[in-house]
Design a protein around this ligand. Structure first.
Ligand code: FPP
Length: 247
């Protein structure tokens, strides 16, 4: 992995990705679906390297949604195995390159073996500051918001805060991504144009980029295309283009 580059002004601080299309990539080659997920790991590596090289501060990958538990048991088991293997294999290089790994989602639903590996990986990379790689596992955007609401309700019940102090900032502070900048660029591969219950709260002002390429084929040229699309957007946050031009 190349050394740290300072971030170009057109480079997103935080990139969030739905890695879609592994199954179709495999079936087009008459391979079982799990080999599509395996091929997807290469694209994960390339995207992590490409983001770090461009000076992106945070990359959040949707690896397994709350809804993915409904897939055939064999596919779920193979995906979990793949996550454990990838953590074991990649942690050293990620650490050497200053990348901090964090896992977000309802991690209590994962098997002990996966949870233990997550804890070891997070601990090993905890002091790294070049880029944070958030891996969403058993994650759902609605789950995240409901959990934040529940935590605030508990604080109200304990008398620590009053109901009228609950506002956008206090909700955001209880979300899994609290402390990260909100995603600037959202990428979804695989041709579908939807959010699929990913970071619903934090994507409010994010630039959305959809491409047809299947996730295992998402390489550095594709990432460059997405970053160029982002650099060409004017972010208005509800203002007029004239107002934004004056800032
Ligand atoms: C969606 O494609 C992909 C997933 C549910 C799994 C993503 C996992 C990886 C890329 C493995 C590596 C991840 C890490 C973080 C090491 P799909 O199966 O829905 O594809 P389809 O729409 O073509 O069926």
């Amino acid at each position: 992995m190349a050394s740290t580059h300072t971030r170009d002004p057109g480079t997103p601080r935080h990139v969030a990705v739905i890695m879609d299309g592994n199954g179709r990539w495999a079936s087009r080659r008459a391979l079982p679906r799990h080999l599509g997920h395996r091929a997807g790991v290469k694209a994960v590596r390339s995207t992590v390297e490409g983001c770090a090289r461009r000076g992106v501060e945070a990359l959040t990958l949707f690896a397994f949604s709350s809804e993915n538990w409904g897939r055939p048991a064999e596919e779920v088991a193979r995906l979990m195995q793949l996550f454990v293997e990838a953590m074991e294999r990649e942690v050293e290089e990620l650490d050497r390159n200053g990348i901090r790994l964090r896992f977000i989602g309802d991690l209590g639903t994962l098997k002990a073996e996966v949870r233990e590996r997550i804890a070891a990986t997070e601990e090993r990379t905890a002091s790294n500051t070049r880029m944070t790689l958030n891996v969403a596992l058993s994650y759902g955007g609605r789950w995240d918001i409901a959990r934040a609401a529940r935590r605030l309700a508990e604080r109200v019940a304990r008398g620590e805060i009053t109901p009228d102090s609950v506002d956008e900032a206090s909700i955001a502070a209880e979300l899994e991504l609290a402390g990260s900048p909100e995603p600037d660029l959202f990428i979804r591969t695989g041709g579908e144009q939807r959010l699929s219950n990913f970071l619903l709260w934090s994507l409010a002002y994010t630039e959305l980029y959809f491409c047809d390429v299947l996730w295992p084929d998402f390489d550095d040229d594709e990432l460059e295309r997405a970053c160029r699309h982002f650099a060409g957007r004017q972010r208005r946050y509800g203002l007029t283009s004239e107002q934004v031009a004056r800032v």
